[in-house]
Design a protein around this ligand. Structure first.
Ligand code: ASP
Length: 708
């Protein structure tokens, strides 16, 4: 297998942006980090080595999460909330794996996790020059974005041809500046092996989500499979377990307060390099809209599922992910005020502006930069309400989302492969369609009617929504839209399959009223997509220049924002003080689970846990000082969404926990990290092993992980 390694150098924007432990560092930075002086016992080469087997070979991306291989037979440990979709899809009201949990007693009983895939980073190389050579000075911003997109796709296609069997992806590290090609082993047959009941896996529900102290056993096990020859393959009974080059060793003794820990993973997105004008847009427009829109949708789904478990199961996964983002957004809004993020950033920018103004050449080149960036956000602010609600129309109303994907697919598939929107390119199409079918299978007509009515009511209150021709009628009479939804066939997989065979013109005459309405709205959505691309092009160029100006102002070492590529972060198991006179310690225990248990959602604890607590059947998994099974741990690393499921590793690179969350104060991490409030939360390996082996008797999994 070809691997290549090219170091990428990153230079800082603000000298103070790199605090002692801040940073989701790209793997290329390992040598520079001097982790051994911080407590690490592994060398950079033992962590990642392009030529030999290294720790990174045991880490994988599981859809939008992270996982670790914990056996040589492809057993993966990740979060319960990361496997949630698979557990939900496998559940029915008669056989409810969400409620009762799932144990595959033998491999033949493992359940295919449709829509899941697993990636392992094999190598990377800087392709910035290749990407940026696609851009010329004469392009409009829209042309610029499209040219960069196309070049990235070309590089990916070529890399996949040259590295058969691997998946290629070009990631933007610094907007408008730095691009890196990543190569992945890509496994498509993933199965569910073990999940605790939701009362353990999501103990505390949304009340406890993003909070500490925490008592959630947010873990589950999956397994990756390959074709008999070891190549990546779709699900088949003939497939065999994947053999990772180096599984991660599990350390059943766990960790202690102040121990050094580090995490490897695939953090999704941070926005720490953005300007004050961006944060103002987030604070005033986008985040409040998300809180309102998601809060409302969660309420609708809760109501719909309250008296019918089969409907509750259909909505469970979507409702959970909206709730996660809704609460995070509330935390971010509070955090923005608490940390005065806009004012702080404005102060930094006024110093930068003074520096720019002091030199005529700099002034000519960068003088209007900050202003130009804020103009983009001004435009997004004024158009925000309509744009956000239009986008939500084809997301909240699931049938509208299906209609959009079906028509968009038909339109895009008439183009050359390289010119299509990414989801419809040949290399992604199967995945897109598989996801569409899974979503259709979860459709509930009555809930969707509420969603459509709710979003249209909201749109009707936005003054310029009448500018959208195709909205006029349904906005004037909500019953028109309701009747379209009532008669649509878009909630039937068979109709979706029929539509996938049709051309755009044929779809336009399908006779399905809701689909026809979406087709009339389609030019609006196409325009919105272009507007986003135009802004991306503008901002990409402007942020690229801003970085140059900042480098000239205060050069130092700097880390790129998270972008779902492999990163390392390190720190210590440590408590914190979120407010005056409050001190939170970093290890929670089973005693806390019992104390919280009321028998009412979300604090129900399975009887088998209570019984073992009462008889002190803790096995060897007792914390020596606390005298209890530890449940969750807190540490001061730098993480975000996507680090869900990341291994928490001790100084020797052994698994001592599985990361799953942050504290409420740390939701602001995505904008600004700070040692005083940034804390991540993981489930303690001792709780994982106790629940799996002692409570649910899946000792075969402990054996497989080498735990005696
Ligand atoms: N629980 C979080 C999530 O799923 C993980 C994090 O963001 O730290 O988004």
């Amino acid at each position: 297998m070809i691997r290549f390694l090219i170091s990428i150098s990153f230079t800082a924007l603000f000298a103070n942006s790199l605090q002692a432990d801040e940073g989701m560092f790209p793997i290329s930075e390992l040598a520079r980090l001097n982790l051994q002086s911080k407590g690490m016992q592994l060398t950079p080469g033992e962590l990642f080595n392009s030529e030999q087997v290294s720790l990174v070979d045991g880490i994988c991306r599981v859809n939008g999460c992270t996982g670790s291989f914990v056996s040589s037979d492809g057993l993966i440990i990740t979060n319960h909330h990361c496997a949630f979709d698979a557990i939900q899809k496998a559940s029915t009201s008669a056989n409810d794996f969400l409620q009762k949990g799932f144990i595959a007693k033998e491999r033949s009983m493992e359940i295919p996790a449709a829509g899941y895939n697993v990636r392992i980073t094999e190598g990377y190389s800087d392709v910035s020059a290749k990407v940026l050579s696609a851009v010329t000075d004469y392009m409009t911003f829209l042309e610029r974005t499209k040219a960069i997109e196309k070049r990235r796709k070309q590089i990916e296609q070529t890399a996949e041809q040259e590295n058969k069997g691997l998946r290629a992806e070009v990631a933007e590290m610094f907007a408008g500046k730095t691009y890196v090609l990543f190569l992945y082993t890509y496994l498509k047959d993933v199965r569910l092996v073990f999940a605790p009941p939701i009362s353990i896996g999501a103990f505390g529900g949304e009340a406890d989500n993003w909070e500490w102290p925490r008592h959630t056993g947010d873990f589950s096990f999956m397994r990756a499979y390959t074709a008999p020859d070891g190549s990546s393959a779709d699900y088949s009974l003939n497939n065999i377990p994947f053999h990772p080059k180096r599984p991660i060793k599990v350390a059943p003794q766990g960790v202690n307060e102040e121990d050094f820990v580090f995490l490897l993973g695939y953090p999704g997105r941070t926005v720490r390099q953005k300007t004050a004008s961006y944060f103002r847009f987030e604070q005033d427009v986008r985040l409040p809209a998300i809180v309102e829109l998601y809060g409302w949708q969660i309420g609708e789904m809760d109501r719909a599922g309250a008296s019918d478990r089969s409907i509750a199961i259909k909505h469970a996964s979507r409702s959970k992910s909206l709730a996660n983002v809704e609460k995070r957004s509330r935390g971010q809004l509070l955090g923005m005020v608490r940390t005065s993020i806009v004012a702080t950033r404005e102060q930094q920018e006024s110093e930068l502006q003074a520096f720019i103004q002091a030199d005529p050449q700099r002034k000519a080149k960068y003088g209007s930069l900050l202003k130009d960036i804020s103009l983009v956000y001004d435009e997004m602010t004024s158009k925000g309400p309509l744009e956000i609600h239009l986008k939500e129309l084809k997301s909240a109303c699931r049938a509208m989302s299906f209609a959009f994907t079906l028509y968009d697919a038909a339109v895009e598939r008439t183009k050359e492969d390289i010119d299509r929107e990414a989801p419809y390119m040949n290399r992604n199409y199967d995945l897109t369609i598989q996801q569409l079918k899974l979503d259709i299978a979860d459709w509930d007509a009555a809930t969707d009617a509420q969603m459509l009515q709710g979003i249209l009511t909201r749109l009707s209150k936005i003054s310029n929504s009448n500018e959208v021709e195709a909205l006029k009628k349904p906005l004037a009479n909500l019953d028109v839209a309701a009747s379209l939804l009532k008669s649509t066939r878009l909630g039937q997989v068979a109709f979706g399959e029929e539509c996938l065979k049709k051309s755009p013109d044929e779809l336009a005459t399908s006779g399905d009223g809701l689909l026809s309405w979406m087709i009339r709205l389609y030019p609006t959505y196409k325009q919105l997509r272009d507007v986003d691309k135009e802004r991306d092009g503008r901002l990409g160029q402007l942020y690229g220049s801003l970085m140059e100006a900042k480098q000239a102002f205060q050069p130092s070492v700097f880390v790129p924002d998270a972008n779902a590529t492999l990163r390392i972060t390190y720190g210590r198991v440590r408590g914190y003080s979120p407010a005056d006179a409050i001190l939170k310690t970093p290890i929670s225990t089973l005693q806390g689970v019992i104390e919280k248990t009321t028998g009412v959602e979300p604090y129900i604890t399975p009887q088998e846990v209570i019984d073992r607590y009462r008889t002190k059947a803790f096995g060897p998994f007792v914390h020596p000082k606390l005298g209890q099974v530890p449940v969750a741990i807190l540490y001061n690393t730098d993480t975000t969404g996507g680090n869900s499921g990341s291994p928490v590793l001790n100084a020797k690179g052994e698994l001592v926990g599985v990361n799953f969350d942050r504290t409420f104060e740390a939701t602001i991490n995505d904008f600004a990290w700070n040692e005083s409030y940034s804390r991540s939360i993981g489930v303690d390996i001792r709780y994982v092993l106790w629940v799996t082996g002692w409570v649910y008797n899946a000792k075969h999994l402990l054996d497989e992980m080498g735990i005696r």
